[in-house]
Design a protein around this ligand. Structure first.
Ligand code: TEU
Ligand code: CA
Length: 549
């Protein structure tokens, strides 16, 4: 297995809008991030993934770019950005920019030109049809075809109507995009997180999707289009290879049997990707706002399936939450009775699976989903559209929608970082653009830094452990007791060592004596070191052992 920096690194995802506000306008910004770089360096992360910082009307909080080579006004200036890169590099942290290539904002000059007339040179930078050629639905609800009166035609948008899909069939479009990407690499950026990259090649015979199965439509009709690999190999030649830049793909619509087509080392396309199977695990037939129960055995099977698919050929980004999903502690842990223990257990899972882990901002503090009291508190276009769709379908139960949004809404991950117990959790001196989670007086960085047993310091120790034991990066992954609905256990092994990870996803003790080999050494755990490593796991206990071969 080739040893590379991006396999050994740990990524930290920053959602700039909610990370740190430096000028009191209630919106996070680049100077705010710079003011927290020492905190991130102390935590011990290696790479910062910044969610989009480009000029945008913020219909989808930056995932709708209106100028690919300008900084969003609310986030600061190009000088701020250049200082951020310099300051991050000075602290040995790399910078990945989240770039959205599947669609632009409808306020991008290209789209303004394209929509103005049928013979405009930019017409074919987007997809126009005289009538909707199919009944595709947007990820954000409603038809994926929007009528535009100027030329009495319809344009494609897989997300909101303010996010028209770019036409990658057009070589002029592709050339411009590569120019934009090189613009940022020339400023010292170390790579990109590529938003919904499997969607960029469209099936231009416009086949129908599956009316009753949106995720199958995503996999089989929106993603993995006929030219996607041609485009990515061209992008690799034009952008990634010349700069030795990291390409991290958001693998929406990917399956275990298609992933190596994107990240196989020999493919010269992407280096690493994350998938959604466990992130969609509790999405019911009605999607995100139709949450259903999930089972640990299913959760574990997903990790095994993907580990086997990635094999020795590819590499994967381990993600347990991000800005698109509820907080992992509330979703996969127990954020009430075993808040601290389960937060540390999930940190152990995140940092000992095989792949490059990504810590989402605030996970290191044990941040949780918020309590939502009314729909006016929600900000996410996906939630607001879904509520309108409920009403159109005759469903007017506000409380029921609010409960669904409280479980699975993206706003849960977008409440401001909790720095202190002062006004607005120290995120801003003004009024935050979205409400602060009301548990900030108890859960905040200042308190965590001062408490040697905090979740924050546990993350620091886990990060150091990963660095000290490369087998936790490169070793094989062998799951144990896969059918068990309480224990998540696996071995990591290679020529350098063998480790056993025992995670009790439950509030009762769990016997593990027969899983522990005779020669073993306790390395780390979320409880005090047990008198014997073979004693039963305590509620939500994580135990990492080095074991003899
Ligand atoms: O996410 C794409 C995506 O698949 C998620 O938005 C999720 O599947 C969707 O919410 C369905 O529930 C990327 C970005 O991460 C997201 O923030 C953007 O909203 C989206 O693309 C459009 O750019
Ligand atoms: Ca600000």
């Amino acid at each position: 297995m080739a040893r590379t920096w991006w396999k050994e690194a740990v990524i930290y995802q920053i959602y700039p809008r909610s990370f740190m506000d430096s000028n009191g306008d209630g919106i996070g910004d680049l100077p705010g991030i710079i003011s927290r770089l020492d905190y991130l360096a102390y935590l011990g992360v290696d790479v910062l993934w910044l969610s989009p910082i480009f000029r945008s009307p913020n219909a989808d909080n930056g995932y709708d770019i209106s100028d690919y080579t300008a900084i969003m006004e609310a986030f600061g200036t190009m000088a701020d950005f250049e200082r951020l890169v310099r300051e991050a590099h000075r602290r040995n942290m790399k910078v990945l920019l989240d770039i959205v290539l599947n669609h632009s904002s409808d306020e991008h000059p290209w789209f303004q030109q394209s929509r103005s007339s049928k013979d405009n040179p930019y017409r074919d930078f987007y997809f126009w049809q005289p009538h909707p050629p199919n009944r595709w639905q947007s990820f954000f609800g409603g038809s994926a075809w929007q009528h535009d009166p100027t030329t009495d035609a319809y344009y494609l948008h897989l997300f909101s109507p303010k996010q028209p899909d770019l036409n990658w069939e057009n070589p002029q479009l592709r050339r411009q995009i590569y120019r934009f990407m090189r613009f940022w690499l020339d400023k010292g950026v170390d790579g990109f997180r590529l938003d919904v990259i499997p969607l960029i090649s469209k099936r231009t015979h416009w086949p129908e999707g599956y009316a009753d199965d949106f995720l199958r439509t995503v996999r089989e009709v929106y993603a993995n289009g006929p030219r996607v690999h041609e485009y990515l190999q061209e992008m690799h030649r034009e952008v990634f290879a010349p700069y030795d830049a990291l390409a991290l793909g958001e693998g929406i619509g990917l399956t275990p049997d298609t992933c190596l087509d994107y990240v196989g080392a020999h493919r010269r396309e992407l280096h690493v990707l994350y998938h959604f199977d466990h992130l969609f695990i509790n999405f019911g037939p009605g999607g995100r706002f139709d949450p259903v129960p999930w089972k640990l055995s299913e959760f574990k099977a997903i990790f095994r399936r993907w580990d086997e698919a990635i094999g020795e050929e590819g590499w994967i980004n381990i993600v347990l939450d991000n800005h698109d999903f509820p907080r992992m502690l509330s979703r996969f842990g127990d954020d009430h009775t075993y808040h601290e223990a389960s937060a540390k257990l999930l940190a152990t899972l995140l940092l000992t699976l095989r792949g490059t882990p990504c810590i989402y901002q605030g996970s290191e503090l044990g941040m949780t989903n918020a309590r939502w009291h009314n729909l006016e508190e929600l900000r996410d276009i996906e939630a607001l559209n879904a509520w309108r769709a409920w009403q159109r379908a005759g469903r007017h139960e506000r409380q029921a929608f609010l409960e669904a949004a409280a479980i699975n809404g993206r706003d849960n991950a977008r409440t401001p970082m909790q720095w202190t117990d002062a006004h607005a959790a120290g995120f801003t001196t003004g009024t935050p653009w979205i409400k602060v989670n009301d548990n900030y007086t108890r859960i905040n960085a200042r308190r965590a830094l001062a408490d040697a047993d905090s979740i924050f310091h546990y993350y620091r120790h886990m990060l150091a452990l990963r660095k000290a034991h490369p087998t936790l990066v490169y070793g094989s992954y062998r799951p144990l007791r896969e059918e068990d609905e309480q224990l998540f256990a696996y071995e990591r092994a290679d020529a350098d060592g063998r480790y056993l990870v025992l995670l009790n996803f439950g509030s009762t003790t769990y016997p593990v004596a027969e899983l522990v080999p005779p020669t073993h050494r306790w390395l780390i755990g979320n409880y005090a070191m047990p008198t014997s490593a073979v004693e039963p796991l305590r509620p939500w206990e994580a135990r990492v052992l080095e074991v003899g071969s």
